[in-house]
Design a protein around this ligand. Structure first.
Ligand code: AHR
Length: 488
């Protein structure tokens, strides 16, 4: 019999709500269509922002959204996106389809979006094609409350009070699309740029995030930590789950059993690289002051047929929900170093929790994985372990994370990643003699997904098939499933 044992007496770190963050770039239909439709749209909106998307994000307690990129961030000039809309300068979005960016969604609109969702803004500055002055003035524009050229400009544009800007990143992928820099060069640039990101309010400090490594590039982390750790609060990490080659990544919905397994194994590689980067960070920062910020992660397949290849639009299935469930559990388990993570991307791009088409919106299986995981937000991670007698080919038989909420409830997210084998498991929270158990499940065929015609094919439902004997809850998880269990 498989067994999951949780020790509610042994806490291992704080699970920041920000581990369930999002990322929204000016890419394809993420911002335009996915988030912003404009004040004059027939699609129900508040100040141009879709009401359905805002409500969906509130329902999963979306904690933080990163913007404006991605690669777009390093060619974004913020002044083009403020002031009267008719006068905003247009630009070419060279990275993503060469389309015209009219800058109708800029700083004020992003802050308004975050206000409506009730989440924190995370803004990514431009190092690759910007200047120290431009970045410094953007921060002044957003956060200075006194009299200054940028604060006055913000007021002239209709916003009196400074915004709270809790997170700011100095460049994006500066080893690639953000300037093709070496780590040594970027470390110096980071130090220079970060100097001029002024902390105008001692009550609301800005957490400065340096561009970190791509996947398993440990040298980048080593150089950045050695040269610049004392000037940063966080170091980013980007890792995408790509099943095949970059030139042929496979389809989001049509895949073989082997591709399913490969995708999940590659997703679990996240744990290895977090461990690798954390070990390097521990050498320079044993107190774990600097957070690892996984501000881009998710699956990346070939685009859906007939869609613009520069728009990165892909459907989303139970396979993606399994990737999300496994990855979120990994983040929880590594919460001592990982302080934020942002799935790529919020709507209509890569592994999206939300898809939109005109006025319609669909919540994907990934959305429901986030929903079940949201019970862990701001809890204490608990020591937990799966003991198993079954075997699985390279994938864990079951994978879990467990946490303790302030009201004393033990929350568990338990994943059965197998495509075809159900797993019976006994769950025991030590010391909880006779717990009240409530649970929900997300399950389906590996390629099950939601469409605009059939939006509720996959969603979480109550899970009641649990027997409780002497404090031990026994249940059978169907193949390809995620269960959230609350033990009170
Ligand atoms: O998320 C899509 C792109 O992937 C981002 O713009 C970039 O940072 C990464 O390479």
């Amino acid at each position: 019999m498989n067994k999951l044992v949780i020790n509610p007496e042994r806490t291992l770190g704080h699970i920041s709500k920000n581990l369930q963050g999002h990322f929204s770039e000016h890419l394809g239909r993420c911002i335009y269509g996915g988030v912003y439709v404009g004040e004059n749209s027939d699609i129900p909106n508040t100040n141009g922002i879709r009401n359905d998307v805002v409500n969906a994000l509130k329902d999963i307690k979306a904690p933080v959204v990163r913007w404006p990129g991605g690669c777009f961030a390093d060619e974004y000039h913020w002044r083009s996106g403020v002031g009267p809309k008719q006068q905003r300068e247009k630009m070419i979005n060279t990275h993503w389809g060469g389309v015209t960016e009219d800058n109708s969604f800029g700083t004020h609109e992003f802050m308004e979006f975050c206000r409506q969702v009730g989440c924190d803004p995370y803004v990514n500055g431009n190092v690759g094609s910007g200047s120290v002055r431009e970045m410094s003035e953007w921060v002044e524009y957003m956060t200075f409350d006194g009299v200054s050229p940028m604060a006055d400009l913000r007021r002239a544009h209709g916003r009196d009070k400074a915004w709270r800007l809790p997170y700011f990143a100095v460049g994006n992928e500066n080893w690639g699309c953000g300037g093709n820099m070496t780590p040594e060069y970027y470390a110096n640039e980071y130090r220079r740029y970060a100097t001029y990101i002024r902390q105008y309010s001692s009550d609301a400090p800005i957490y400065k995030i340096a561009c970190g490594p791509n996947s398993a590039d440990y040298r980048w982390t080593d150089v950045l930590m050695r040269e610049a750790a004392r000037y940063m609060d966080g170091l980013s990490l980007h890792y995408y789950t790509v099943c095949g080659e970059w030139s042929h990544k496979g389809s989001a919905l049509t895949f073989t059993r082997e591709e399913y397994d490969t995708t999940l194994k590659k997703a679990l590689f996240m744990e290895k690289i977090i461990e690798g980067h954390s070990a390097i960070m521990d050498r320079y920062d044993p107190e774990r002051r600097v957070g690892l910020i996984v501000d881009e992660w998710g699956t990346w397949y070939d685009v859906e047929e007939g869609t613009n290849p520069g728009f990165l639009y892909q459907q989303n299935s139970m396979r993606d929900a399994m990737v999300a469930a496994l990855t979120l559990n990994v983040f929880n388990k590594h919460c001592a170093r990982v302080r934020m993570a942002n799935i790529a991307q919020l709507a209509n791009v890569l592994q999206s929790p939300i898809l939109t088409e005109g006025a319609q919106m669909v919540l994907t299986p990934t959305y429901y994985a986030f929903k079940l995981n949201s019970h862990h937000q701001e809890n204490e991670l608990l020591d937990s372990r799966v003991f198993t007698c079954d075997s699985a080919d390279g994938l864990p038989v079951l994978q879990e994370s467990a946490s303790l909420s302030p009201d004393g409830t033990v929350h568990v997210t338990l994943v059965n990643p197998s495509a075809d084998t159900a797993r019976t498991v006994q769950v025991e929270a030590l010391g909880k003699a006779d717990p009240a158990v409530a649970a929900e499940i997300l399950t389906g065929d590996t390629a099950a997904h939601n469409t605009f015609e059939n939006p509720d094919a996959v969603k979480d439902v109550p899970f009641t098939d649990i027997t409780l004997k002497s404090g031990v809850a026994e249940m059978t998880l169907p193949p390809c499933s995620l269960v959230h269990i609350a033990l009170r």
